[in-house]
Write a protein of this length. Structure first.
Length: 550
């Protein structure tokens, strides 16, 4: 999937062979076929899920819409046909398949686009049962792309061409050609099996198996969170949007008009377009960013502004009656991860001693003991620590400090602040020098996260700040994802569920009576899972119980 992966040939590609297949369209036939497959005990089963909407196929990457039309299974060994295709009334037995795969004798279930596929199966089967062993070749393709390819650019047809050197025709639903489409579903499932067999050794060779296994383990928690949705008081949201329009009609200041126009155009339509039953079911994308951090679309709940920018807006995201939100965030996680990865003993020691890294920098900058640092000096130091951690220059830092922290500096002051940061944390300075030297070498530069996710910068397109940032943010994302997967397993016992992730913040919804227990569970789980990838410094999670997001 990167330049070291097989290149697409110039000659026309041969189609992937059609497997022997059995098509079943009744419940009884499905029960009989599934029982036979279970008896054969395949070590792995590959899937292809096809869904339709009026007029054609549904978006293959979005499980929120469309109706399941066919489910194709493929196995490598066993008596009888290699592929089984369920359609029509046979799809009522999806729940039987989910129960099989969730059990102790589950085969390894592999699919291209596991998040969308599992979401569709859950919508159709009713129960949120996840395969005990799940693999996703689309996630593998993204990881093998070293940051050069996103999920939307590694469809099954693309991967088949690049890795298998064959063409795979994705099913096209035409009523009079239904049999052809079912055959294409079976062929697609067979190609997924072959992709997995090729990609797993490639991941092992790059020492990226841990990163891939995490992304696959994460899938059920992401789908469950999308299905749960974020609670939202649509009527209150409409009132907030109406207040913006009223204020816009009266506003005269150009900057205020600009801000109100932005709020109205970005958010005012959300209650109409995205709210269903006082919940917003956004799309979550675990692999869209180079670092592995989550992104969010339709709508982007991660960009909901603070109370200062949009008074009353976050308060619209309110737990239903009798419930509360538990909002948990990692404290200074990027500084902690950087202390471990750089490594920087001075910064790690600050955290081990329970001191404040911003006071430590402020003390160096002001030339005084940490306990004498003022609130203003600490605010400046906070801007310094976060601004210079990833290689920001002095001129850019002036703008950053003014816009983000309200701290005004001349260029000389910004340079002194930079010197104070590196004096306080010499291990960070040494790390910056090493990365900068690699980036100036003129060749390709590859950086890695703790679990093996890679980002490859091509010669002439190397960014020092990005080369510093991606291993830190990516490693933090890996710890966060481990926590998210673990919380998905333990929260239901407390009557709780995850409803949103925003960078390093996790939001859970639970009955008010269970709030304290859920808060403690979330804190402990997030700390323990982050510690599996960041062990040199203590991890701190700050959690609060609230009725509305803030």
């Amino acid at each position: 999937m990167s330049r070291s992966s097989p290149a697409a040939p110039d000659a026309p590609l041969r189609p992937w062979p059609v497997p022997s297949l059995q098509v079943v369209s009744t419940r009884a036939a499905a029960d009989e076929a599934i029982a036979a497959w279970r008896t054969s005990m395949p070590s792995s089963v590959a899937l292809h899920v096809a869904a339709t909407r009026p007029g054609g196929w549904a978006d293959p990457d979005d499980h929120r819409s469309g109706e399941l039309w066919a489910l194709a299974l493929h196995r490598e060994h066993g008596d009888g046909p290699a592929a089984l295709v369920l359609t029509g009334d046979a799809l009522a037995q999806v729940s039987t398949l989910l129960a099989w795969w969730a059990g102790g004798e589950s085969p390894f279930v592999v699919v291209h686009g596991a998040q969308a596929a599992l979401g569709r199966l859950w919508r159709h089967g009713g129960e949120e049962l996840a395969p005990a062993r799940l693999g996703c070749t689309q996630s593998a393709a993204v990881l093998l792309g070293d940051g050069q390819r996103g999920p939307s650019s590694v469809g099954l047809d693309v991967c088949a061409a690049l890795v298998l050197q064959h063409a795979v025709s994705l099913p096209r639903f035409v009523p009079e050609q239904e049999r052809d489409a079912l055959v294409q579903c079976a062929t697609a499932a067979a190609a997924v099996h072959a992709l997995a067999q090729r990609m797993v050794p490639m991941l092992r060779k790059r020492d990226a198996m841990a990163a891939w296994q995490l992304e696959c383990e994460l899938v059920p928690s992401v789908v469950a969170m999308e299905r749960a949705g974020m609670p939202c008081d649509a009527a209150a949201f409409e009132r907030v949007a109406a207040s913006w329009r009223d204020e816009r009609a009266q506003a005269t200041a150009a900057d205020r008009i600009t801000r109100l126009d932005k709020l109205i155009s970005t958010y005012a339509h959300w209650p109409r377009d995205f709210t269903h039953g006082n919940r917003i079911h956004a799309r979550l994308h675990p692999l869209a960013a180079d670092s592995g951090r989550f992104s969010c679309t339709e709508p982007n709940l991660q960009q909901v502004p603070s109370e200062h920018t949009a008074p009353g807006l976050r308060a619209c995201f309110r737990a239903p009656a009798g419930h509360v939100l538990v909002v948990a965030d990692y404290a200074q996680i990027e500084l902690r991860v950087a202390a471990a990865l750089a490594p920087c003993d001075a910064l790690a020691q600050v955290f081990r001693e329970g001191r404040d890294p911003h006071r430590a920098t402020a003390a160096t900058l002001a030339g005084k003991p940490e306990h004498e640092v003022t609130a203003h000096e600490r605010k400046l130091a906070k801007a310094v620590n976060f601004g210079f951690l990833f290689g920001m220059g002095a001129e850019r830092f002036r703008e950053y400090a003014a816009a983000g922290y309200g701290v005004e500096l001349d260029l000389a002051g910004a340079r002194r602040a930079r010197e104070a940061f590196f004096t306080t944390f010499p291990g960070i300075a040494a790390w910056h020098r090493r990365v900068a030297d690699r980036c100036r070498s003129g060749g390709t530069v590859v950086v890695r996260t703790a679990l093996g996710r890679r980002k490859r910068f091509l010669a002439g397109h190397v960014s020092v700040p990005a080369a510093l940032n991606i291993p830190v943010q990516g490693t933090a994302a890996e710890g966060f994802k481990r926590a998210m997967a673990a919380l998905h397993r333990v929260l239901p016992a407390l009557g709780a569920r995850g409803v949103l992730v925003v960078h390093d913040e996790y939001l859970a919804e639970c009955p008010a009576a269970a709030a304290a227990a859920v808060r403690d569970c979330v804190e402990q789980t997030m700390v323990a899972q982050m510690a599996t990838v960041v062990s040199r410094v203590p991890i701190v999670v700050e959690a609060e119980i609230v009725e509305a997001w803030r």
